[in-house]
Ligand binder design. Structure first.
Ligand SMILES: C[S@@+](CC[C@H](N)C(=O)[O-])C[C@H]1O[C@@H](n2cnc3c(N)ncnc32)[C@H](O)[C@@H]1O
Length: 691
């Protein structure tokens, strides 16, 4: 679809009130059918996802408000406490004062000069090349106007596992959402939302307690499980996994019925939660896992390989939440370009055009979340004047973690189309120098366009393979490697990821990422007076693109260590994953998930680079050795039992242990061990007695 078409406001969709799940639809084509919108209005409120501003805002907000705000409202501009803050300042302090009532009168620049009374959408869209809608994951403007998101939301499949939080999808919020956000009511609404957040926290606590109670009740409820349906009714047919021939038959008849798949997923979740009690006799855990993965793949339209890879990242119940969240769009967010304006002024200008927006949250002093707009948000005069960048909230994170300082020398190793480069330029107040590199020359065009549009004067654009650094240049105070990745964190934006990634892609990507991360580290000046940092990020959630890459870097470069990212939220990185153990410090990395943080899936790791020295290498090696090593029980026989007051080896005493160890080793190699000698085999009791 061309850009023009993408930006055009979609005509209102008619929503047939026929319940979505009454139709006997077959799976597979569900996402592709245009008439789905008519057929499947969501029968209940969309899932509420906790917003990062801590206000408990819901993604459904856009839906509700969009229908209410048809007229071109021109809210009057008032002094409402949109106190803007210096980029790079103390975020926490500024966050506190974000909605204070003292107004900063000093206006920089005059937006009126740009103000258009009537905005002609088509005119504003202009020729395609004027806008950077390049395919970068982070900085893609909404493909259609905000209003059309409404129909996309309505398309969302019903949740498989309803949670308590769904029930609390607040009715109370609706009154508030009826009202457009204006400069008048913004501070007041913010306070209200914060109160709601507190209430939500309480609800969460109650939910957790209720869950705990439920778990306890389930313990006592042994016999009921077998015949209960999801509503607790006793007379439904007990669930059984389909046999191979039943599956064959399903395939022959065009795939399973959607309701059947839903029920099967629900039941598999239930069984896997308490396998020993609920599984059918003779069925293994892996059979249930295989079934639920196959059903997830067909229900949500993934290839089975990726469905399994993503499924395994989470506890079963949470995995469904993750897949669900990929079906809903993330909030549309913009980043104020503080080189040209202040957030308050930008918000004022956009509100005047009928844009419904709010600050994203306290963790950023430049982000705005757009709920609804009468004008295409990627083509307002403010956009064209470079006052903001359309940018996913998640893509602010690596820049915040890197925290580039004025007058530094910075490398953005994979930078197109420049969302993060231009953010860094703003934090550096257009001082110092940023080398914005991208291997893809074509993509550097949109990077250059953004650099110009946003008025960044400290950026040098270049196009090398990142693996050529630091040979081409090095000695940077800070380096950002926002690595090329599979995009498993941005599936809601690019659903093609669901089917176009194979095992080989992940292997190749992980390999490239490992090469790039070493080059990024080596490009840092360890003697930098102000920095010496490297941030690695991806918009993917897979372990091989994230923790495994970071762990590899730690192993290969003893002169680096992981640091706290400084980000206020996010889930700790994995230190163990499916039999792999990573350096314990990998838990300092941060993961971000759509179903938890209501932003794209993302990963951020921050490294401090020190001077290479032999002593450091030895120290790191020692640290690594001193870490507890998990040994498979199979090999435990090689370990000499710890005996208090150990007085040295006694060959005769140790013989049974050594013999036993030898027997096990031989068995492991498939050899037949010799019969045991007459000496008693070692046992814990013997050791204790001897001790
Ligand atoms: C996730 S995108 C970067 C997004 C960018 N940081 C931003 O915020 O706008 C990854 C980029 O890596 C580039 N890339 C791929 N392989 C590369 C390589 N070997 N060296 C440098 N850049 C590469 C791609 O062209 C792509 O633009």
């Amino acid at each position: 679809m061309g850009r023009r078409a993408k930006n055009k406001q979609a005509p209102p969709e008619s929503l047939d009130p026929k319940p979505e799940w009454t139709s006997k639809k077959r799976l597979g084509k569900r996402k592709a059918e245009a008439d789905d919108i008519d057929e499947k209005p969501s029968p209940r409120p969309s899932k509420k996802v906790r917003d990062l501003n801590g206000k408990g805002k819901e993604t459904t907000k856009m839906d509700r408000s969009s229908s209410k705000k048809e007229g071109k409202k021109q809210p009057k501009v008032v002094e409402d406490g949109w106190e803007d803050v210096e980029e790079g300042g103390d975020l926490k302090t500024h966050a506190k004062s974000l909605f204070d009532d003292d107004e900063d009168d000093e206006l920089e620049g005059d937006l009126d000069a740009l103000a258009f009374d009537e905005v002609d959408d088509d005119l504003l869209q202009g020729p395609p090349q004027e806008f950077d809608f390049d395919s970068d994951d982070d900085d893609v403007p909404p493909p259609v106007s905000l209003k059309s998101k409404k129909s996309k939301q309505a398309e969302r499949p019903r949740k498989i596992i309803p949670t308590l939080s769904d029930a609390s999808s607040s009715v109370e919020d609706e009154d508030e959402d009826d009202e457009p956000v204006t400069m008048d009511n913004m501070a007041q609404r913010s306070r209200k939302l914060e109160a709601q957040a507190a209430a939500e926290a309480e609800i969460d606590l109650e939910e957790a307690q209720a869950d705990a109670q439920l778990a306890e009740d389930e313990e006592d409820d042994v016999d009921m499980d077998a015949d209960e349906d999801n509503n607790g009714d006793m007379d439904v047919e007990p669930f059984h996994l389909p046999t191979a021939s039943e599956i064959e038959q399903e395939k022959a008849t065009g795939g399973p019925d959607i309701q059947l798949v839903q029920r099967r997923m629900r039941e598999c979740v239930r069984v896997l939660a308490k396998f020993n009690r609920r599984a059918e006799k003779g069925r293994s855990r892996s059979e249930y896992v295989d079934q639920i993965v196959a059903d997830i793949a067909s229900y949500y339209g993934y290839n089975e390989f990726l469905a399994e890879k993503l499924f395994l990242l989470f506890p079963v119940h949470e995995a469904i939440e993750f897949f669900e969240s990929n079906e809903a769009p993330r909030p549309v967010t913009i980043r104020t370009n503080t080189l040209k304006t202040r957030r308050r002024d930008l918000a004022q200008g956009l509100v005047n055009r009928g844009v419904n927006l709010e600050p994203i949250g306290k963790w950023t002093n430049v982000g705005l979340q757009v709920f609804e707009s009468n004008v295409p948000i990627g083509a307002t005069p403010e956009y064209l004047a470079g006052h903001y960048m359309l940018q996913a909230a998640s893509s602010f994170l690596p820049v915040i973690a890197l925290a580039p300082q004025p007058n530094e020398r910075v490398l953005d190793m994979a930078s197109a189309p420049g969302g993060k480069t231009t953010h860094m330029a703003a934090l550096m107040q257009n001082t110092g120098v940023i080398f914005a590199n991208d291997a893809n020359k074509t993509r550097t065009k949109s990077l250059t366009a953004n650099v110009h549009r946003l008025g960044c004067k400290n950026v040098v654009v270049c196009s090398y393979d990142g693996r050529e650094f630091p040979k081409v240049m090095g000695g940077f105070d800070r380096v950002l490697l926002d690595a090329p990745c599979s995009g498993t964190g941005v599936i809601s934006k690019d659903p093609s990821v669901k089917v176009n990634k194979s095992d080989r892609d992940f292997t190749l990507l992980s390999h490239l990422q490992k090469q790039l991360i070493l080059c990024a580290i080596d490009s840092v000046n360890p003697e930098s007076k102000t920095g010496g940092y490297m941030v690695y990020s991806t918009c993917s959630v897979t372990v091989e693109e994230n923790e495994a890459v970071v762990d590899y870097a730690l192993k290969k470069r003893p002169n680096v260590k992981l640091m706290d990212t400084g980000l206020e939220f996010g889930v700790e990185g994995f230190t163990k994953y499916r039999g792999k153990t990573f350096n314990p410090s990998v838990k300092l990395t941060r993961r971000f998930y759509p179903h938890v943080h209501n932003m794209d899936g993302f990963f951020v790791a921050k490294f401090k680079v020190e001077k290479r020295s032999k002593a450091l290498a030895v120290a790191r090696e020692k640290e690594a050795v001193e870490e507890p090593v998990l040994v498979d029980e199979e090999f435990m026989t090689d370990v000499i039992p710890t005996i208090p007051a150990f007085k040295g080896f006694d060959a005769e005493e140790d013989r049974p242990y050594l013999e036993e160890a030898k027997r096990k080793r031989m068995k492991a190699k498939g050899l037949r061990p010799p019969p045991r000698s007459k000496a008693a085999p070692p046992s814990a009791n013997v050791v204790e007695a001897e001790a």
